[in-house]
Write a protein that binds this ligand. Structure first.
Ligand code: SAM
Length: 258
């Protein structure tokens, strides 16, 4: 039987004991109905996992002792997804799937054609929800990393942040010469330690936005003739990258990665 995973940010390897309160306490005691002696896998979201045993329960908390910790190494590139705000709740779906696909950093941004116009409060509430979706998706898929979800930034700030990756890809359906296969077609090429992927909104990017990205050394890339929906594009791109140079399809013994 698989061990239940609990997201515990900030846990340190030296902590011999820890406690679960609030939602986690309710989940373990009343939903899972676990008893003293049961094992739990705690993960801190930045690559460490801790095997813990339930010592006992008090009125509103579970007392755990940490038996041992493991550092999850990654051999996949550090993936950053910069996603222009889509309409409705598509971003919830994109955050969940990007987390399952091992993304480490998600940058929601506005651009000239993004439709949602959010007040500061609404924007903050969306980001809080996406961060919860990311931690739940990491827990569900057994990922050791909970992706960092940044505040919603504008196009220029996004370029600044996403340009930090060694390989910065800007997905533009009007790109005619360079497809995603061209990017990864050189298996003996230098190891790529980090990739940023920029995906536009339903209306795509303007020519001036594309020019600004190129000026920042982003590589414009197409995904073939078919125009993918916003929520499809991020998934396809991340899946291809994880298959070509990441962890999808690697032998499981090297699985200790995203
Ligand atoms: N502007 C397009 C239109 O109006 O038909 C649609 C944009 S598409 C729905 C949203 C985003 O997905 C694009 O900005 C791009 O980043 C990415 N995308 C979708 N299909 C693509 C393709 N074939 N090549 C490159 N990027 C694509």
């Amino acid at each position: 039987m698989s061990i239940h995973r609990i997201y515990r940010p900030g846990l340190t390897a030296g902590a011999g004991r820890t406690e679960l309160e609030d939602e986690d306490f309710h989940y373990v005691k009343n939903v899972l109905r676990l008893k003293p002696g049961s094992l739990l896998m705690l993960f801190d979201g930045v690559g460490n996992e801790y095997t813990a045993v339930i010592e006992g329960f008090e009125s509103s908390k579970a007392i755990l002792s940490i038996k041992h910790s493991k550092r999850i190494l990654y051999d996949s590139p550090s993936l950053t997804l910069a996603q222009a705000l889509p309409k409705e709740s598509k971003m919830d779906f994109i955050v969940q799937k990007a987390t399952e696909l091992g993304v480490r950093y998600i940058i929601p941004f506005t651009s000239s054609r993004t439709v949602p116009k959010l007040t500061a409060d609404k924007a903050a509430a969306r980001v809080t929800r996406w961060r919860k979706i990311a931690s739940e998706a990491a827990k569900q898929c057994g990922g050791a990393i909970v992706p960092k979800v940044s505040e919603i930034v504008n196009f220029e700030a996004m370029l600044e942040e996403a340009a930090r990756s060694p390989l910065a890809l800007f997905f533009w359906e009007e790109e005619k010469s360079r497809g995603i296969r061209d990017i990864f077609s050189n298996p003996s090429g230098p190891e790529i330690s980090g990739v940023s992927v920029v995906v536009g909104p339903e209306g795509g990017f303007s020519r001036s936005e594309t020019a600004a990205a190129r000026d920042r050394d982003f590589t414009t890339v197409h995904l073939g003739r078919r125009i993918l929906r916003v929520e499809t594009a991020a998934l396809v791109i991340l899946s291809i990258i994880q298959y070509e140079i990441g962890s999808i399809g690697l032998p499981l013994e090297r699985k200790a990665t995203q």
